[in-house]
Design a protein around this ligand. Sequence first.
Ligand SMILES: [Zn+2]
Ligand SMILES: [Zn+2]
Length: 281
Amino acid sequence: MKFADLHLHTQFSDGTFTPEELAGHGARLGFAALALTDHDTVEGCARMAAACAAAGIEFIPGAELTAEHDDTELHVLGYFLDTQNQKLLAEIAKFQAVRQNRIREMVARINEQGMPFEADSVFALANCRSPGRPHVARALVKAGLVASLDEAFERFLKKNRPAWVPKAKVSALEGIDLIHQAGGLAVMAHPGLNRTDEVIPALVDAGLDGIECFHTKHSTATSGRYLEIAGKFNLLVTGGSDCHGFSKGRPLIGGVKLPYEHVEKLKQAVAARHASRVTRH
Ligand SMILES: [Zn+2]
Ligand SMILES: [Zn+2]
């Protein structure tokens, strides 16, 4: 039986693995296919593609966009993206600039708490274009200003703590369009984490292609509920571990094994989309 993990992060966002390390774990665990879904970036895809090819693993280029609908934050996964698509790259550059400004704002608020700390120390540690709160937490630990990542979040970075700054988000409907125009499939990530079922019909109307039924934090009952919703709305089914390496405890890769038949259905859907585009032109 062949399996896939379609939700993975590397050092190109807030994961700790390089693409090569991640592909190595995928090979060790016997995965037939992996997708890279770093936050608001496709930068790691070229290296991940090469590493997967070397390991004999099928690779699906992707990204995880931070989005919102009706004031609810949700994440939209894009799969089979054309990572050279100019509009996608231009929009991603905008998201990344906003992320970097958010880091500066968080650091300024930490400074207001009487803590000497510099945004450049976060950027140096993150060493990627999509820095986020975990990087701020790691830089605070490294600077000796807090004892642990948990303390960094509890004292400063959690919602409603002094250095919490809301995330900038693309509208979910724009995110779906952006993924489609880059040749990809748009999938709602970990719906069980966000409790956002009421937004699903609007996303389906906007062209949502699939829903992530299997996820590390979905119970069997939760996965079952989303499989039912996928059936009701005729959505593709995806799943993945959402592994961030060691950034959130132990590596999660291997904990979710999506049967490969779902990858085949994704590939059929993307091929049908491309064929209909060709005939329309
Ligand atoms: Zn997510
Ligand atoms: Zn994720």
